[in-house]
Design a protein around this ligand. Structure first.
Ligand code: ZN
Length: 487
């Protein structure tokens, strides 16, 4: 079966033909690590995790590169304000790399809970300064950038005379320039739509590297052009990201590659749509900004309850990645119920007694579900087909339909491939909570032993048990008749 994907660059669904099959190069813009991972991080991660899994399942050898932005992402798209990480470090009185480390770990933890597979390579912008300087040098040599007060800017107007700036986003350069022409006297740019390739570091700026133009740091768009082509070659197959990155980030990436090497670096551009909350755009100022941890714990004024990572994952997969997706308590509760029904049916297959004859055609599941997934990753249709089979499985368990031994096996294999391998769904009641339960019982057991020791005045043992538990990070609060504990 052939995979078709919607290429943002052509605005059409196209058959996916990798440049060097069976190898596939996939690059996805990762997070800027200056805050807790939130809902906005979950959707691109899960969308491209589905693509990664689907390609691997189809037999491709995928090199998946997802970067960590740890320098150069300014507060505004117009290269103004502070570097997001430098600002956080200043406010928290931390070394910028402490901020980066802290939020990278938080991001990884959230991704693991969402069952998002780690990428093959996860390069950091700060680890690729040399590559970025080299790229800026090439753009300068080709005449599409200029130096201004120790910073280097991309000359959009000059580039647009020969190439097409705006071809990905569909924006019209004349519209962007008109009304924007008035530049303040102290502005270093020739034109307000020019973007920074390299920024001069002010004396107090900590994240700085030497360059041919003095101490500074790279512009945000440069890192993705430099790192994607370093690891995937030029051109490479697929570049993905959220639709919010289409302009200026990805438009600038195209311009950089063309200005540096005369040709585009990316063959297929894919973008996932955005998440809204109760119909509104998510934003800190709107009070509807929800981190993933808040979702998992239910600790947010907008949430009626905690939602498991798998509920979030399933909810995201229930919408096509190019549609907007609206979060609400009702929708999440429905997703949770749906996921439980799906996973329960999967387990029920084992309990169906085989018959001599099948009254249903088990090939239907794989044919229709895979046709949907290969059609621009239409996960909602694939899930709807799975639910058709949830009904059939339930009927078969009640003896209203029948299946042969080999049909049951094939049904189970297909069900597993679709739900576990490709959609990446896990039963919430699985491993994690089993271990949590076991840990709790073990702690209770040790506390009971300690209580016994105390009652028989063996204080040496009771103190030792308390100290050892404390060392393991378990906080103990004594009561009259026992003790409470928390991790
Ligand atoms: Zn990027």
């Amino acid at each position: 079966m052939n995979l078709t994907i919607f290429n943002t660059l052509t605005g059409k669904k196209e058959e996916f033909k990798p440049l060097n099959p069976p190898s596939v190069g996939l690059y996805v813009c990762g997070p800027t690590v200056y805050g807790d991972p939130h809902l906005g991080h979950a959707r691109p991660a899960i969308t491209f995790d589905l693509l990664f899994r689907l390609l691997k399942y189809s037999g491709y050898k995928v090199r998946y590169v997802r970067n960590i932005t740890d320098v150069g992402h300014m507060e505004s798209d117009a290269d103004e304000g502070e570097d997001k990480i430098a600002k956080k470090a200043r406010l928290e009185q931390l070394e910028p790399m402490e901020v980066v480390q802290h939020y990278t770990i938080r991001y990884h933890d959230a991704m693991r809970l969402l069952n998002v597979l780690p990428p093959s390579i996860e390069p950091r912008a700060s680890g690729h300064i040399i590559e970025q300087i080299e790229l800026v040098k090439r753009i300068l040599q080709n005449g599409y950038a200029y130096e201004s007060n120790g910073s280097i800017y991309f000359d959009v107007e000059k580039y647009h005379k020969k190439y097409n700036y705006g071809k990905l986003s569909g924006r019209v350069i004349e519209d962007m320039m008109s009304g924007n022409r008035e530049l303040e006297g102290q502005d270093e740019k020739r034109n307000s739509i020019d973007f920074a390739l390299w920024k001069r570091a002010t004396p107090e700026h900590i994240m700085r590297w030497p360059s041919p133009w003095g101490d500074g740091f790279p512009g945000w768009h440069v890192e993705c052009s430099a790192m994607s082509t370093k690891y995937l070659g030029e051109p490479f197959d697929i570049h993905g990201g959220g639709m919010d990155l289409l302009f200026p980030h990805h438009e600038c990436e195209i311009a950089q590659s063309v200005a540096a090497g005369g040709k585009e670096a990316v063959r297929y551009w894919m973008h996932n749509n955005m998440i809204t909350i109760n119909g509104q755009k998510m934003g800190k100022s709107l009070g509807n900004f929800i981190t993933l941890e808040e979702l998992f714990t239910g600790n947010h004024k907008m949430l009626d309850e905690a939602y498991s990572p798998m509920t979030i994952r399933f909810f995201i997969l229930q919408a096509h990645y190019r549609s907007t997706l609206d979060f609400s308590n009702e929708a999440l509760q429905a997703a949770g119920k749906g996921l439980n029904r799906l996973m329960a049916a999967f387990k029920l297959i084992d309990r169906i007694k085989p018959s001599d004859k099948s009254t249903v055609d088990v090939n239907d599941l794989s044919e229709r579900a895979f046709a949907a997934l290969y059609d621009d990753m239409n996960s909602p249709i694939a899930i709807a087909v799975l639910f058709d089979w949830v009904r059939i499985i339930n009927s078969a368990a009640e003896g209203k339909e029948s299946m042969t031994q080999s049909d049951l096996k094939s049904l189970k294999d297909t069900f597993r491939a679709l739900t576990v391998d490709i959609l990446g769904l896990q039963d919430d009641a699985d491993e994690g909570s089993k271990y949590a339960e076991l840990t709790g019982s073990l702690i209770e057991m040790i506390l009971a032993m300690r209580q016994q020791a105390k009652e028989s005045k063996d204080f040496a043992t009771s103190d030792r048990l308390r100290d050892q538990l404390t060392q393991l990070g378990i906080k103990i609060k004594d009561r009259k008749d026992g003790a409470d504990w928390e991790l």
